[in-house]
Design a protein around this ligand. Sequence first.
Ligand code: FAD
Length: 411
Amino acid sequence: MGAGSTPGADLPEHPSFLWRNVAPKKHYDVVIIGGGGHGLATAYYLAKNHGITNVAVLEKGWLAGGNMARNTTIIRSNYLWDESVGIYEHSLKLWETLDDELDYPILFSQRGVLNLAHSLQDVRDSVRRVNANRLNGVDAEWVDPQQVKELCPIVNISQDVRYPVLGATYQPRAGIAKHDYVAWGFARAADAMGVDLIQDCEVTGIETVGGRVSAVRTNRGTIGAGRVALCAAGHSSVLAEMVGLELPIQSHPLQALVSELLEPVHPTVVMSNAVHVYVSQAHKGELVMGAGIDSYNGYGQRGAFHIIERQMAAALELFPVFARAHLLRTWAGIVDTTPDASPIVSLTPVDDLYVNCGWGTGGFKATPGIGWCFADTLAHGRSHPLTAAFTLERFTSGALVDEHGAAAVAH
Ligand SMILES: Cc1cc2nc3c(=O)[nH]c(=O)nc-3n(C[C@H](O)[C@H](O)[C@H](O)COP(=O)(O)OP(=O)(O)OC[C@H]3O[C@@H](n4cnc5c(N)ncnc54)[C@H](O)[C@@H]3O)c2cc1C
């Protein structure tokens, strides 16, 4: 950016037309509940990969008004277990060509992600994860504090602090994208193939006939459905309860914040589980920071101030230079967390009702990948191989995919 130019002034313009504003039809082959990234990507791949276009996405508010445009946009695939790497790496590969695929500037920036280690146990776990990643073909490296400093000069690598930096995992292909543009890119492309995107349409009930889903009740009338897909993130358990299905999910507020616009000072993405802070610099110039979840359950898109205060104190230890920046805005989303910090992508005991939820604090990065796989599940009525480990059965069989080390509070 040249001296004196306005940060963000060179962001691309949107096309003049995005999507049609339609009234709901009486019946669709597939009804997707939730107009966030996952619902929109699922609709797009249903049409694109499977030729299924008699599809509606029902959104109770506005498209991407949930977690989709509230997240801190970290994209990476360096999870511990094979099952997780399978879906996240598939997604990362899709991100690498998504601009062209959607013919939309999603501003995917592969600036690398550092996950800092602050204790000997952190180091052991992180090195183990790097080795596991490499066995799975993921670009993972272990870097020492000096290399951390070279990658991100404003990180404090003094050993004389509460959480000294002992090293970090580094994934060079990881990065960030512009979340609202991603949603609009998927929405525009799905609409162009005939998918109906219906906003201000809240699902208030789900009807079944003989154990099979038949329709959804909404504030805009009853809409018949051949298949119903839940993509409702923090509200998934509320919707599942409508058919008596209890999901192993807890919904929590998760907060993020941005600073005022700054000249480029932060060239990569830095995450620290121990310090509880995740920082990148957005395309416009704000420093974007994510926190850990608020500990109580709730459905309000706001969190408690003491979480932000604690997070800022921690951020200042890692990035002393932030002391001179002003906080511009804070907000929260509602995240759907599972006992093993892995998602649920599954058929249900109700025929033709499918769930995609439990992505907690880290589902943005999965957006294209899960859209691809969930569309395949809806088209064929069975799990996609990349999501087969994430069905509801694992909570009774005990075959959990414990990603607390790589996901947990992190994004
Ligand atoms: C502060 C924050 C930071 C995050 N940071 C990251 C990150 O850096 N990287 C990452 O990978 N992930 C991150 N996440 C997680 C990520 O945002 C979510 O996992 C992901 O967005 C969930 O999928 P979605 O986009 O479809 O959800 P959402 O966008 O929440 O979509 C669900 C939609 O369902 C709608 N809905 C709910 N109930 C109904 C109903 N009854 N009828 C109709 N519609 C309904 C909602 O209004 C909402 O729009 C973060 C989340 C938050 C909140």
